[in-house]
Each structure stands twice: as C-alpha cells, then as structure tokens.
Design a protein around this ligand. Structure first.
Ligand code: PLP
Length: 448
C-alpha cells in the first residue's frame, strides 16, 4: 500500500469512526469504522464487485456465427454437438457422452435407460436442488430420501440399505455444490442389491473422487450446463457413461426413439422416446469454455483451500469434510454456522450483516419435502394408482425421521462460485467479515 493510500484510508477510517460512534453510542466508541459492522453504521469490508457470471469472450463469436450462417442448426444436420460430446467424454475419462437439452432431461433419459419405471422407487439425497426430486417424480417413481451426513452435506451411505424396498430400482447420489459423495459404499450397496446408480453431477463438472471424475463412477452420470453453472450454455446437459449399450439406448430415447448404434428398439425405426436434443450453438458455446473450465476450477480450488484454512480457525464455523482423496469444484462454497459461537446471532441476521459487508451469501437448501411438492405428487391420481395407501402414508411419515438434513438445512451458509474467482485479497474479505460478525454478534442480534 502506498503512503498516500494508507493516509487516505486512515482519514476515511477516522471520519467514519466518529460517525459510527455517534450512531451507535458506547459500543462503537474507540473502534475504527472498519471494526464496526456495516449494518451498524461501520465501513463494509468489501467495497468492489465480485466477478460477474457467466463470462463471454468476443473471440468465441466466429464459431457461433458460422453455425448461424450455415443454417445447420439442429443435431442431425451438423457436427458440433458430436464434437462437444467427444471432448467432454475425453475430459472426464468417460467412454461416451450424450449431450441433452438440460440436466433435468439428462436425469430423465438416464433413469429410463436404467429401467426406472412408473411405480418404482429411487433413493436420493434430500439436500439438493428440487430438480433431482422432480426428475424422479416425472418417471412416476417415488423419490425416497436418504439421511444427510452433516459433515459432508451429501447422502449418508449408511442410511441407504434401510430405505430399500422391493420397488427400489436405483440410487441417485447428488454431488451437491460440486462436493463428491462417498461413492465406494454407495456403489457397494447398489451392487449388493442389484440397483442402478445415477449420479446427479449437475453441479460437479471435474469434481473427482479417489482418482475418478464424478459422473463416471456410477452406471450413468448427469450434468447441467444451465446459465449459472461452471460450464454454461444457457440451457444444456449431458449424460456420461462407459457402456455402449446404455449410451446407445440413451441416444435413442433422447432422439424421439430413433434406432441408434446397436440399439434398434422394438420396432424397425422408432421406439419410445422424447426430444431432449442439444443444439449446435449450445455445443459451440460449451466447446470453447472447456479450457476455461479447467483454469477456473484450479482457481476456485486454490481460493477455497485458502478460505477453508482461515474459516477452520473461527469458532462456530465448520467447513465441510470431503471424502478422502477427493476434490470438490465448489459450485457454492458452504459451511455450517453455529449461532452460539456468535453471541446468539441468528443465521438470518448473520446473512444480512454479511451482505451489508459486501459479501453476498445465502442459506443452503430448505426442508423442501415439507413444502407441498411431494404431498401434491403422492396425492395425484397417478401415484395413488401406482402405490398403495399404506406405502404412501409411511413414505410421508418418513420425512419426520430423516437424520442430519434438518440440522444441515438450519445451519448452512454458502457463497457463490464466482466469489472464488476473485483475487486472494478479495477472498480474504470473507473471513475478515465473519470475524467482525463474531465480535459484534450480540449488538447485531439486537438490531435484527
Ligand atoms: C443438483 C441438480 N440437479 C439437477 C439440476 C437440473 O439441471 P437443469 O437446470 O439443467 O435442468 C440442477 C440444476 O440446477 C441441479 O443443481
């Protein structure tokens, strides 16, 4: 810092100290404005913007224009989608990849291929974006919720076996926020009971578990390329896997049931299917961002490691534990918050005060199984035909018995992935702001 800057900063702080002190009386007397929480009239820790998302580069435009000018816009009339599929499979070390219209449609196609049918049950992590539940419901199957491990925020593998019934067809672990689930015990229980594993890797591009990429460990993996994602194309998705038979079936089902590769279906040309195809313009956007994805991932990891090292030192802040020999990609960076270590400062006020410091943050997912979506589904004509009343009653009651998830929903705080692309100095503002909250918890709690 130059002498001029430090003097300017000193004068600013001194002026603000007076204002803070006069606004907040004794609590702020003798403190610089930088020490006073912004919510109480002090200076915010972080004043600039955080990196914008998504990013577009002019250099990417010619290949998009080329597609637009060619008039070859849809999958069957050009090669860009296929090029992206080959490149993405190669990046992940998967044998095959099929691009789809979205992450949700990737999940639907994957479940169809793995023979999840009406009246089946799929065991899924409750702590996830609602699309994981919805994809199962759209198959007219029941999303059966596993427990959540509060240390990892992912599915507790030890809870899976007790959820298995004669209807269970598949397990859907979700690598939430790009944090790998503990896949070894999940795959082991699936193999033991002859269940399929569909990885919801919609937030986990390049996350790895014991040397393998998330999305290539179960039978099929599903990804999302929606606007907020680390590899965005507005909308888009992909299925990855190592079985030609499964990927041929997936290709067929996603393309109106056309015969594909070794899969001919029941009829000579068409079998059951929908239209879940990706367009070439989307694929061109994705292809050009693959290098950037690798670079961004390295940067997010570096900043996340730095953040974890600082946050571990703060009482009442618990960063997540990752499975051994695994690396997350941090779609969000979460930690668990203990209000007791912050003089009783409720999480909602903590969030508000952090935002006032210029640090955007949010809660994680809520206990969405109580929000009515699942009630509506299981009360529907289809579900009441497919499942007997006793099963649906027990299913509804099981939400109350879920372990770990309530605690996780009540205590998680998360930062967006774009913040991990900022400079180290900016990322250091996060623990600095949290320490400020800790020093002023009681005053902030009163302010509400
Ligand atoms: C965990 C998870 N599963 C599924 C999806 C669905 O992906 P899409 O929005 O591309 O349909 C998302 C997207 O946000 C997600 O985060």
């Amino acid at each position: 810092m130059s002498a001029r800057n430090s003097r300017r900063e000193f004068l600013g702080i001194a002026a603000a100290t007076v204002a803070g002190a006069s606004l907040y009386g004794r609590s702020a007397v003798g403190q610089s404005a930088a020490d006073v929480p912004a919510l109480l009239g002090g200076m915010p820790v972080h004043k600039g913007n955080w990196p914008a998302w998504p990013e577009w580069r002019q250099a990417w435009e010619p290949s998009i224009l080329e597609i637009l000018r060619s008039g070859k816009w849809y999958r069957a009339s050009g090669g860009t989608v296929q090029q992206f599929e080959a490149a993405y499979a190669n990046l992940l070390g998967a044998k095959r990849c099929l691009a789809t219209a979205s992450g949700t449609t990737a999940l639907i196609v994957a479940m169809h291929v793995l023979d999840v049918d009406a009246g089946d049950e799929v065991i899924v992590s409750p702590f996830t974006f609602i699309a994981s539940y919805n994809a199962i419901l759209l198959m007219k199957a029941l999303p059966v919720l596993a427990d959540t491990d509060p240390a990892t925020l992912t599915m507790d593998p030890a809870s899976i076996e007790s959820r298995i019934t004669e209807r269970t067809r598949a397990i859907m672990p979700v690598h939430i926020y790009g944090m790998p689930c503990d896949m070894d015990p999940i795959v082991a229980v699936a193999r033991k009971h002859r269940l399929a594993v569909v990885e919801d890797a919609c937030q986990a591009w390049l996350a790895d578990y014991k040397g393998r990429m998330c999305g290539t460990i179960g039978d099929l993996g599903c990804f999302s390329f929606q606007n907020s994602k680390h590899l965005p194309s507005g909308e888009g998705g992909a299925i990855t896997g190592n079985s030609d038979d499964m990927l041929d079936r997936a290709s067929s089902f996603h393309d109106c049931g056309r015969a594909y590769g070794g899969f001919k279906g029941a009829r000579p040309n068409f079998t059951r299917g929908g239209n879940f195809r990706m367009q070439h313009v989307q694929a061109a956007m994705l292809l050009q961002q693959l290098e950037k994805l690798k670079q961004d991932t390295a940067r997010r990891r570096e900043n996340a490691d730095r953040l974890t090292a600082s946050l571990t030192e703060i009482p009442g802040i618990r960063p997540v534990r990752l499975p051994e020999n695994s690396r997350a990609v941090w779609h969000l960076y979460p930690f668990r918050y203990d209000a007791n270590a912050f003089q009783g400062l409720p999480r909602e006020t903590f969030l508000k005060a952090m935002r006032a410091e210029g640090i955007p943050c949010s809660t994680g997912y809520q206990e969405q199984y109580f929000d009515g979506l699942l009630d509506e589904a299981i009360a529907s004509r289809g579900f009441t035909r497919l499942f007997d009343a006793g099963r649906l009653k027990a299913y509804r009651e099981s939400f109350q018995e879920l372990k770990g998830n309530r605690e996780v929903c009540a205590t998680t705080v998360a930062f967006g992935q774009n913040m991990l692309l900022a400079s180290r100095a900016d990322v250091d503002h996060i623990p600095a702001a949290i320490r400020k909250m800790q020093a002023h918890g009681a005053e902030l709690a009163k302010r509400g």
